[in-house]
Design a protein around this ligand. Structure first.
Ligand code: GSH
Length: 220
């Protein structure tokens, strides 16, 4: 029997934006778990993932013999299993907005995701930004402003305290830092830049980043 209730199957920390989401939430909310690392972009990656995940994708959460794949489904599962952990905002209107923006992230922003795939450790500002990517960036800046403006008074995160919405947008903060360091070019009044800094000031992000560096070092 595993020492921890939960096991979380994740990909490389430098690349796996979807893995970062539940990992960050679980670390932040102090839900202990065993980490199972699968290396992506290798000949046997798919076979390794398929040992755990019927979708062939990571992340996947194991709770005993129960498997939950998909980042947002994992966050919802954890929110139900740990109702006092505050994964979603307590206020019903805030919670509805948090779910809207999380779902919008989960199902959208394909141009940004495709053009600016997460490479946590890289600094690679884009010379020119395709129009569809810029549209995504402007929309995300507007989302962050709305959440922070309407519900962010009690802390530096989208809804004040850390919630699942921050877990969903943390990889976007990484993409912005790598590819689009000057968000003022896209209409940011400073709110989005401050939010990127908030995400990277999290000790849990530092731990994830250290893990990414160690993985890169061990792969070379
Ligand atoms: N909708 C899924 C997306 C998961 C996903 O695309 N994961 C990528 C890594 S970030 C993956 O497993 N890729 C492995 C592959 O394509 O072989 C989620 O939210 O968890």
């Amino acid at each position: 029997m595993a020492a921890n209730r939960y096991r979380l199957v994740i990909g490389n920390k430098n690349w796996s934006s979807w893995s970062l989401r539940p990992w960050l939430a679980m670390r932040r909310l102090k839900l202990p778990f065993e980490e199972i690392n699968v290396r992506l972009r290798l000949a046997d990656s798919k076979a390794e993932i398929m040992k755990y995940s019927p979708s062939g994708l990571v992340p996947l959460l194991l709770d005993g013999d129960m498997a939950i794949w998909d980042s947002l489904a994992i966050l919802e599962y954890l929110a139900e299993a740990h109702p006092d952990a505050g994964l979603w905002p307590a206020d019903r209107r805030a919670r509805a907005l948090a779910r809207c923006v999380s779902a919008e992230m989960h199902s959208g922003f394909a141009p940004l995701r495709n053009t600016c795939s997460m490479e946590l450790l890289a600094t690679n500002p884009l010379d020119s930004v395709p129009e569809d990517v810029e549209t995504n960036v402007r929309r995300i800046i507007a989302i962050w402003r709305q959440c922070r403006g309407d519900f962010g008074n009690d802390g530096p995160f989208l809804f004040g305290a850390f919630t699942a919405a921050d877990a969903m947008y943390a990889p976007v903060a990484s993409r912005f830092r790598t590819y689009l360091p000057d968000l003022a070019k896209y209409g940011d009044d400073g709110t989005a830049a401050a939010y990127v800094a908030t995400i990277f000031a999290m000790p849990e992000m530092e731990t994830w980043t250290e893990g990414a560096k160690a993985e890169v070092a061990s792969a070379t």
